[in-house]
Design a protein around this ligand. Structure first.
Ligand SMILES: [Zn+2]
Length: 845
C-alpha cells in the first residue's frame, strides 16, 4: 500500500530533527518532512495577507480576514452538537412565541409598519437571532416560516429616513434604555438576524435596508448617536454590521460611518468602562473589530488585555466566565459568584469573532471553555427551561432571593421557561453560532477546523471545487477526531487544525496510517495550527489525536482552591440532584434543584504528583446524544476527598465562601465522582484541598450559618426576616444596600422579631440595629420603645437589665444582663404612631 501518511507532532523532538527552533508551539515552518504530495507544517495561524476567493470577507482597505465565517448552512452539527440545536428547537426557545408576552404578535411594535406598538425592545431580536439560525440549521420549515414573519416585519417597517424597527413611543413601550431620542441597541440585534436571513436566502432587500439604515445613521446628530446606556456600551455590534455590509457592497461611505460609530462607542480600548456582565462579554473585544480598519495595534491588544483583566479580577474560577452575577462587585470573586446565561452566549460569540479577526486559536480555546463547561448547565437537560445565573460552585438552585450574596435580588436560580427575560430570549444564539464557527475558510482557499465538536462542512476550496468533510468524533469527551473527505475531483488545498492550548502532544495521520510518535510540548497559550496540504480525494481520512491528560489548576487568588481538568473539560463534584416542580407553564415547567447528597468535600491531592491521584473512567456516548446530564456523561473521574464540616450553605442557601487550602479535616477519606462541569447543574468545581496535617488551616463556620432560626410578627414582602441574622453590619440606619426586616405596612403597632438557637446558649448581651429611612423614605422610624426577652424552658422572660433597650439611630443599641442559658432571644417593640419600623441586624452574645 502506498504510504501517504505524514506524522506530525508540533514540538521538540521533531523540531530538533527538522531544525525547528525549540519553542512554545509550532512556529512557522515545516515540523515534519514532506512525504509525496503531502505537506505538513506547523503555523501560528493561516495566512493573514491573502483573501479568500469563494466567500465574502474583508475588502481593502480592511485587513484581510485570516478566517472567514461560512454562510449559514455550510456547517452542520452532528452527534451531540446537532442534538443541542434539536433540543433547543423542540424546547422552550423554539416555542417561545407561545410562552413570552414579548413575542405576542398582536400590537407588537416589531411587526408594525410605523414602529408603534408594544414590546418594542430587545426581546424580539434577541429571540429571533437564535431562533432563525436554529431553524435554518435544522431545516425546520415551520420555524423558518415563523422567523420570516418577524423578518418581513422588520423590512416593512423602514421609513423614508432609513430608520426601521420600533421608534418613538414604540421603542419606549417596554423599557426606556436611553436618554436620547433613538435607541438603536435593539436594531443592532435585528441586523444580525437579517444577516443570517440574507446568508440563507440572498434576499437583496436586506442589503437595501441596511444601506438605507446606515445612511440614516450618518445623518444622526452627534449628540443623539449612541447615548448611554446599552447602545453606547454595545455599539461595536453595530460596527460589525457596518463591515459586513461594506464587504458585500464596497460602499465607501460605510468606512466613514465605521469611524463615526467607533468614536461614539464606550471606550473599551483604554480600560474597562463598565462592569455589567453582558456588556463585558459583548463589548470587551469591540476595539479589535475596529482594528480591521484602524490597523492600530492598541485596538487589537485591547481585546486580550480586557479578557485577561476581567479574569484576573473576577475570573479566578473554572468554566471560562467570571463572577459578576449581574454586575461585578469588588470583594465578590468567590466561585459562588455567578454569571448570566446571556453573558455566556455573548462571550462565546465574541471569542468566535475574535478568532476570525486574529486567527489566534486561543480565542477558540476560550470559547470552548464556556461552551462545554458553563453553557450546558445553565439550561435544563431537555431545554425545557433555563436559569438566569449559574456559578462554578452552585449547590442549590431555588427561586428564593440570593441578594446580597449575589448582586441582583429576586429569582435568579430557578429553571424557568417564562422568566429571566433577557436570557430567556437571548440564550438561543449560543449553540447555533458555535455550530457555524466549527469550520472557517482561509485566505489561501483552504478550510480551518477551528473547533472539534462533531460536524460536517460543505464548502468551496482550491479552484472552487466543493468539498464535504465530516467529523463523527465525540470530542470533547474523546481524544480522537476522524475527518472523512468527499469531493468530486482531486483538489489541492490546505486543511488547518487548531492545536488547543491544553494539548501537549497532538498528532495526525492521513488515511489511518499510524506511524507516528507523539512528543512533548511545553505549555502554551497559543499553539497555532497544524497545516495539512495535499491533493485531497474522495475517501481520504485525516485523523487528529489530542491526548487529554488530567491537570490540576490552582486558584491562588481564591484561597488556593483547585480545579480538575481533562482536555477542554473541567470536572465538578457529582451531587445528587432533586428536581422539584415550581412555576411556569406545564408544557415547559419550572424547576428548583436541591442537593440530596453531601457536597462539602475537599480533595486529597497526591503530594508528589497531583494528577496521578485521579482515575479517569470512560463510558459510552449516550444513545440519545445528550451527554450533558448526570446519567449520560461518557467520562468521569474518581477522586479522593474528605468532608469539611465547617463548609456549609449560608442563610441564603448559597454555598459557603471558600477559606484557605489546605483545609484541616479529620473526616474519613472517601472516593467521590467528578463529572464534566457542563453536566453538573449543581456543582462544586473549585475545590478546597484537605489535609489532616498540622499546617492545614482550620475552617470556621461563618456567623450567619450558625443555625439561627428567625421569625417575626410580620415582614413586608420585599424584605426578609433573615436580614436580622445575616451578619451584615449596616453603615447607618438608612442603609439600603443590605437586606432588612421591616414591619411595613403595620404602623403604630406592637411587633416582635426573634432568633431561635439550634441548641441553648449562654448569653449575656443583645444588640439591635434599627432600620430608619428618614428622611428619604420616611415610612419607617426607630420604635417608640423596645425591650428584650430571652426564652428559658420554652417561656419568654425578661432578663434583669440596667435599663430598656435603646432606640438610637445609626449604631447598635445593646442591653446586658446576668448570663442565662437561653433557647432564643426576642425583641418586642411599640412602633411610633403613624410609622412602621424595622431591624437591620440583631446579635446575641
Ligand atoms: Zn440575560
Amino acid at each position: 500500500m502506498k504510504k501517504l501518511t505524514t506524522l506530525i507532532a508540533c514540538g521538540r523532538s521533531l523540531a530538533a530533527a527538522t531544525a525547528l527552533a525549540a519553542g512554545a508551539l509550532c512556529g512557522a515552518g515545516p515540523c515534519a518532512p514532506s512525504l509525496g504530495a503531502d505537506e505538513v507544517t506547523c503555523v501560528a495561524h493561516p495566512p493573514t495577507d491573502a483573501r479568500n476567493s469563494h466567500y465574502v470577507s474583508n475588502r481593502e482597505p480592511l485587513i484581510a480576514s485570516p478566517l472567514v465565517k461560512l454562510p449559514i448552512g455550510s456547517v452542520r452539527g452532528e452527534g451531540w452538537l446537532k442534538k443541542q440545536i434539536e433540543l433547543q428547537a423542540a424546547g422552550f426557545h423554539g416555542h417561545l412565541t407561545e410562552i413570552s408576552q414579548f413575542l405576542r404578535k398582536d400590537k407588537n411594535a416589531w411587526l408594525s409598519k410605523d414602529g408603534q406598538g408594544e414590546y418594542g425592545w430587545e426581546e424580539v431580536p434577541y429571540w429571533l437571532k437564535g431562533f432563525i439560525a436554529a431553524a435554518y440549521l435544522t431545516d425546520n420549515k415551520a420555524q423558518i416560516d415563523e422567523a420570516r414573519v418577524w423578518i418581513e416585519g422588520a423590512i416593512a417597517s423602514q421609513d423614508a429616513s432609513g430608520m426601521f424597527g420600533p421608534r418613538g413611543q414604540g421603542a419606549k413601550a417596554t423599557v426606556s434604555s436611553t436618554d436620547g431620542p433613538l435607541d438603536l441597541w435593539p436594531n443592532m440585534v435585528m441586523l444580525n438576524c437579517l444577516q443570517t436571513y440574507y446568508e440563507a436566502t440572498g434576499d437583496q432587500r436586506v442589503i437595501d435596508l441596511m444601506t438605507r439604515y446606515f445612511r440614516f445613521q450618518m445623518t444622526i446628530p452627534e449628540k443623539d448617536l449612541f447615548p448611554p446606556y446599552w447602545q453606547q456600551q454595545r455599539a461595536a455590534d453595530n460596527l460589525a454590521s457596518v463591515y459586513w455590509l461594506y464587504n458585500h457592497t464596497g460602499d465607501a461611505f460605510l468606512l466613514d460611518l465605521a469611524k463615526r460609530v467607533h468614536a461614539h462607542t464606550a471606550d473599551w480600548t483604554d480600560g474597562i468602562p463598565d462592569w455589567h456582565n453582558v456588556n463585558m462579554s459583548q463589548a470587551f473585544g469591540g476595539p479589535a473589530t475596529f482594528y480591521q480598519q484602524s490597523k492600530d495595534p492598541k485596538h487589537l491588544n485591547a481585546a486580550d488585555r480586557n479578557w485577561r483583566q476581567i479574569r484576573e479580577m473576577y475570573g479566578q474560577v473554572p468554566g471560562g466566565m467570571f463572577g459578576s452575577d449581574e454586575n461585578c462587585r469588588p470583594g465578590f470573586a468567590d466561585p459562588r459568584q455567578a454569571v448570566e446565561t446571556c453573558g455566556m452566549a455573548e462571550m462565546m460569540l465574541s471569542c468566535e469573532r475574535l478568532v476570525s479577526i486574529t486567527a489566534n486559536p486561543v480565542w477558540a480555546d476560550r470559547a470552548e471553555d464556556v461552551a462545554f463547561n458553563s453553557l450546558p448547565a445553565a439550561v435544563m437537560p431537555d431545554f425545557s427551561a433555563l436559569r438566569y445565573l449559574t456559578a462554578p460552585n452552585h449547590v442549590q438552585s431555588d427561586k428564593a432571593n440570593k441578594a446580597p450574596g449575589v448582586q441582583n435580588g429576586g429569582n435568579m436560580f430557578e429553571m424557568r421557561s417564562d422568566d429571566h427575560r433577557c436570557c430567556q430570549h437571548n440564550f438561543g444564539h449560543a449553540w447555533p453560532n458555535f455550530v457555524q464557527h466549527q469550520w472557517m475558510a482561509t485566505g489561501d482557499n483552504g478550510l480551518a477546523a477551528v473547533f472539534y465538536a462533531p460536524s460536517t462542512v460543505s464548502a468551496k476550496i482550491g479552484d472552487g471545487t466543493r468539498v464535504t468533510i465530516s467529523n463523527s468524533s465525540n470530542y470533547p469527551f474523546d481524544e480522537t477526531i476522524v475527518y472523512s473527505f468527499d469531493l468530486a475531483k482531486e483538489t489541492a488545498f490546505p486543511v488547518y487544525l487548531r492545536v488547543p492550548g491544553w494539548c501537549e502532544n497532538p498528532s495526525i495521520a492521513v488515511n489511518h496510517d499510524t506511524a507516528f510518535s507523539p512528543v512533548e510540548n511545553t505549555p502554551a497559550d497559543s499553539r497555532g495550527f497544524i497545516r495539512v496540504s495535499r491533493l485531497w480525494k474522495k475517501g481520504d481520512t485525516l485523523t487528529l489525536t489530542l491526548p487529554m491528560n488530567v491537570r490540576v489548576r490552582t486558584w491562588r487568588a481564591n484561597h488556593n482552591s483547585v480545579s480538575i481538568d481533562r482536555g477542554p473539560l473541567t470536572y465538578s463534584l457529582k451531587i445528587k440532584e432533586r428536581y422539584t416542580r415550581s412555576g411556569g407553564p406545564d408544557a415547559f415547567p419550572g424547576r428548583e434543584i436541591w442537593p440530596e447528597s453531601p457536597w462539602n468535600y475537599g480533595l486529597v491531592l497526591d503530594e508528589k504528583n497531583a494528577p496521578a491521584g485521579f482515575e479517569v473512567v470512560k463510558g459510552a456516548m449516550p444513545t440519545d446524544n445528550m451527554p450533558f446530564t448526570q446519567g449520560n456523561v461518557p467520562v468521569w473521574i474518581r477522586a479522593k476527598a474528605r468532608r469539611i464540616p465547617e463548609w456549609r450553605q449560608d442563610y441564603l442557601g448559597l454555598v459557603g465562601l471558600l477559606q484557605d487550602s489546605p483545609a484541616r479535616s479529620s473526616e474519613p477519606v472517601e472516593t467521590v465522582t467528578l463529572i464534566p462541569m457542563g453536566a453538573a447543574r449543581l456543582r462544586v468545581s473549585a475545590f478546597p484541598t484537605v489535609s489532616d496535617k498540622p499546617d492545614a488551616r482550620a475552617w470556621t463556620v461563618p456567623p450567619e450559618a450558625k443555625n439561627i432560626k428567625v421569625s417575626a410578627s410580620h415582614c413586608f414582602g420585599s424584605d426578609t426576616v433573615r436580614a436580622i441574622a445575616d451578619g451584615l453590619v449596616p453603615k447607618n440606619s438608612a442603609d439600603h444596600s443590605i437586606p432588612r426586616l421591616t414591619w411595613w405596612d403595620h404602623r403604630g403597632t406592637h411587633e416582635w422579631a426573634e432568633h431561635e438557637f439550634d441548641s441553648p446558649r449562654e448569653i449575656r448581651k443583645v444588640l439591635v440595629y434599627w432600620f430608619d429611612d428618614e428622611p428619604a423614605g420616611g415610612k419607617c422610624r426607630v420604635p417608640k420603645s423596645a425591650k428584650v426577652l430571652v426564652r428559658v424552658g420554652g417561656k419568654w422572660i425578661e432578663p434583669q437589665t440596667l435599663g430598656p433597650l435603646g432606640v438610637a439611630k445609626d449604631s447598635f443599641n445593646q442591653v446586658t444582663f446576668e448570663p442565662v442559658k437561653s433557647e432564643g432571644v426576642r425583641v418586642e417593640v411599640e412602633l411610633r404612631e403613624g410609622f412602621s419600623g424595622g431591624v437591620l441586624e440583631m446579635q446575641a452574645e
